[in-house]
Design a protein around this ligand. Structure first.
Ligand code: HEM
Length: 311
């Protein structure tokens, strides 16, 4: 019923594949995309967001925008390493979700400023972290608006060039995240560490070709070390805390586990996936598949396009 109504209105339903059939993967990802929004709306309605509910919502929507941005950047590695071509079908949905949470984030900020346009504009123009967030948001909107099939067709090769700005947008969003943090930068350091891991995978793919478990293990270790270095550098520059102290905190397990370890743990899932995939590929019957797509020479798509509707 909904399918037919949406079809007659020309609205693509997020849980249908290109052939118009139900895709359980898309349905699950769609549920994951709207779940934080539904949770936050319910928490607001139930007055469960503390003394400053709008501030809490600004923070939560900003965090979810960054999380979904990282999820969208993780699609290409997941597709290659896990040899899971279908996953590319959810990349556009994730990209649109980033834009939706970021727009909600700005809207809530505007509400917090009592919708006084002059105040909103002057704050964004005068506070560096807001200016940076604004530029990132404009970029996200540009990518979101050019994610339709028609835009992909009309822009041709320029579409790929345009959509590469997603990496710059991610850097801007992370800088915004760091700058708005008062003292504790654990969460932005963790997000930045994951971003380094995902970027490291792309660099490695460019220079080393198909990824092997050992290279991915090295990547995970390097991403963990880079995260620890970034954390030490930030604290050193922002608050003058000696880098050696911050680095040493990584080896003190009596308190919270530092973000570098979490990045390493997530990074280790990449070689683990490659190992499982390798075992699966060797179990293929002779005359079955010639080679796993993850081992084929890289196609022209050297850099993935996170908001791209398909591969
Ligand atoms: C015009 C654009 C934007 C404005 C006006 C804006 C405004 C804000 C404000 C006021 C805060 C809270 C600062 C505080 O409490 O001191 C914040 C935090 C944050 N924003 Fe934005 N932002 C913008 C764009 C973005 C974009 C595009 C992203 C991500 C894609 C983003 C991600 C975040 C994150 C992750 C936080 C921190 C949340 C936390 O620490 O819990 N923002 N932003």
């Amino acid at each position: 019923m909904i399918d037919r109504l949406a079809g007659s209105l020309g609205i693509p339903l997020p849980w249908l594949d290109r052939a118009g059939r139900l895709s359980w993967l898309k349905l699950a990802v769609f549920a994951g995309c709207i779940a934080p929004a539904l949770y936050l709306a319910a928490a607001y309605r139930l007055d469960a967001l503390g003394a400053k509910p709008i501030t809490a919502l600004i923070h939560a929507t900003g965090e979810w925008a960054v999380r979904f941005l990282l999820f969208s950047l993780a699609i290409s590695p997941l597709r290659r390493i896990a040899d899971w071509p279908k996953v590319i079908g959810v990349r556009r949905m994730l990209g649109i979700t980033v834009m939706a949470y970021a727009v909600a984030h700005l809207t809530l900020y505007a509400v917090d400023q009592n919708l006084i346009l002059t105040k909103i504009v002057s704050e964004i123009a005068l506070r560096l972290y807001l200016t940076i967030g604004f530029v990132a948001l404009i970029g996200l909107i540009a990518l979101g608006l050019t994610s339709t099939d028609a835009a992909v067709r009309n822009l041709g090769p320029n579409w790929h060039r345009l959509h590469r700005i997603v990496y710059t947008i991610a850097v801007l969003a992370l800088v915004h995240y760091f700058l708005q943090s008062k003292i504790d930068v654990t969460d932005p350091v963790f997000s930045a560490g994951l971003f380094l891991l995902l970027m490291g995978w792309r660099v490695m793919r460019r220079f080393k070709g198909p990824e092997r478990p050992w290279s991915l293990l090295l990547l995970a270790i390097l991403a963990g070390l880079a995260t620890a270095g970034l954390e030490a550098a930030w604290y050193g520059l922002a608050s003058g805390v000696p880098a050696s102290l911050v680095l040493a905190a990584n080896l003190d397990f009596s308190g919270p586990i530092r973000p570098a370890w979490w990045v390493l743990a997530i990074g280790l899932s990449l070689p683990a996936m490659a190992l499982v995939r390798g075992k699966r590929a060797t179990r293929q019957p002779a005359g079955g598949r010639v080679a796993s797509p993850a081992r084929r020479p890289a196609p022209q798509e050297a850099l993935p396009k996170p908001l791209s509707p398909r591969a």
